[in-house]
Design a protein around this ligand. Structure first.
Ligand code: GUN
Ligand code: FE
Length: 463
């Protein structure tokens, strides 16, 4: 099939953890369906043959600009966008009662008005922030979640839509009527959500239902095992919160007598289809358990600062090969921008590393490598988590510029092409023509949406 779209210039991606690749003077050829047909050097025989195609549309990136894969947000509560940036003074279990349940109930009471408005705006904001795919927690009511799916599909944004399952609650007006009706509604939502895009070819289907037990405190054992069965029967992804906060962990232990990882595991909810948010309280054997199950983690470092008294053991999880991506945890995190999650992930990991060094005061010589290996991650590793790490957890081939992957990309401009001056927070004291590692690091630290001029998802320009 002839390529319709040729992108020419610099491409930046992280094909695996810690490995940043900068492809200068390359062509990425995108076919009519929005898949990458080829990645090649512009000044080559193949490059010349692409450029000579009469039907090709050529997008040449200006100097000082580059394309990067879009970000993935692995954990976001869509209805909580209503009150983003407020109410973060309470511990988790009190905050849920005071803010989260109330806001979600408000959207469920007005799906076509309030919910549609919030979800449409959220989708716009995510695209502005360079996010191309999000794994979402919605609300209890089926209709409201169908509107969420519709808003993402219409925006051209990938959305993994979680209708909440909760047959227990501290808010009597915000709970499903029974375990049975909760299970019926979960199954019904899966069919209706799939039905929304069933008329479209597969590559244009951007939304997908996800089984979403909110967390152990709001679910009976019967509900959890029913959802585990449903996920296995229908091969549908699962998401929840695992070992997030001191008050939540204590609640589960006193109510169930075991940790929540045990509760999920015995309900067949720790699977390779599962993504668990937070996991801050997991010890080393529990991380092994995630690895064994193939369950991925949505690391939400900003929210952890507010709700978890412990940081997620990120380095340890990465070292044993647990799949990890980043989440905003809106509104437990106060921004939809995954750049903040990337920066916070580095900050948190560095504090962990320094704290351990202080606690042990061990000279690096003579100690074993597992004791001396740094707990810190660097910006390149954070970029991997925000792009390829998240995409892998979601089973997407996006997150890198390789043949056969959907073309999900964002254009970042370091400078204004006319004046050559730095854009947004960026100042340069010299010319910026070639995109160097130093410039990329500067953008990573200081960039904001004013450095982003375009976003494509499945080859379609959505910003
Ligand atoms: N645990 C259960 N529900 C929630 C929620 O809405 N936000 C966060 N951060 N944790 C939760
Ligand atoms: Fe959350």
């Amino acid at each position: 099939m002839p390529s319709s779209n040729l992108f020419v210039g610099t491409f930046v991606h992280t094909t695996h953890l810690g490995h940043l690749e900068v492809l200068h003077d390359h062509i990425v050829a995108v076919d009519e369906l929005g898949f990458i047909e080829d990645v090649c050097v512009a000044d080559s025989l193949t490059g010349a043959s692409y450029l000579a195609r009469p039907e090709a549309t050529i997008t040449s990136l200006p100097q000082g600009s580059f394309l990067l894969p879009t970000f993935c947000d692995l954990h976001l509560h869509a209805p909580q966008y209503l009150y983003l940036g407020t109410g973060l003074h309470l511990p988790l279990m009190e905050w849920l009662n005071a803010y989260a349940f109330k806001a979600e109930e408000q959207l469920d009471q007005d799906p076509n008005g309030l919910a549609r408005m919030v979800y449409t705006r959220l989708a716009e904001r995510l695209i502005r922030a360079g996010t191309g795919a999000a794994l979402l927690f919605g609300t209890i009511k089926e209709e409201t979640n169908l509107i969420l799916a519709d808003a993402f599909q219409n925006a051209g944004l990938r959305g993994f839509i979680g209708k909440l399952s909760m047959d227990k609650s501290t808010r009597p007006s915000y709970v499903e009527a029974s375990t049975e009706s909760s299970l019926t509604s979960a199954a019904s939502f899966i069919h209706r959500c799939e039905g929304l895009t069933a008329h479209l070819p597969k590559h244009q289907q951007l939304v997908e239902p996800v089984i979403t037990p909110r967390f152990v405190p709001t679910c009976t054992d019967e509900l959890l095992s029913g959802l585990g069965q449903l996920s296995a029967d229908l091969n549908v992804k699962v998401q929840s919160h695992l070992a997030e906060a001191r008050d939540q962990v204590d609640w589960v232990k006193s109510e169930r007598g075991v940790d929540d990882i045990e509760v999920f595991d015995r309900s067949n909810l720790l699977t390779s289809r599962t993504i668990q948010a937070h996991c801050t309280f997991l010890d080393s054997p529990s991380l092994d358990r995630l690895k064994f199950a193939g369950t991925a983690v949505a690391h939400c470092p900003l929210s952890n600062v507010y709700f978890s008294s412990l940081p997620f053991p990120l380095r340890e999880a990465l070292d044993i090969g647990v799949g990890v991506g980043l989440g905003s945890d809106v509104a437990g995190g106060y921004t939809v921008d995954i750049s903040t999650a990337m920066r916070q992930a580095v900050i948190t990991s560095r504090i962990r590393d320094s704290a351990r060094k202080e606690a042990t005061r061990q000279p690096s010589h003579g100690a074993s490598s597992s004791e001396t290996g740094s707990l810190a991650i660097d910006w390149k590793e954070a970029l991997y988590l925000a792009t390829k790490g998240g995409a892998e957890a979601l089973g997407l081939k996006t997150g890198q510029f390789v043949r056969g992957a959907p073309f999900d990309a964002q254009q970042i401009n370091l400078v204004d092409p006319k004046s050559g001056k730095g854009l947004g927070q960026l100042d340069f004291f010299g010319t910026v023509d070639r995109v160097t590692i130093e410039f990329l690091e500067k953008w990573w630290c200081l960039g904001d949406p004013s450095n982003r001029s375009a976003v494509w998802i499945q080859g379609k320009k959505v910003l």
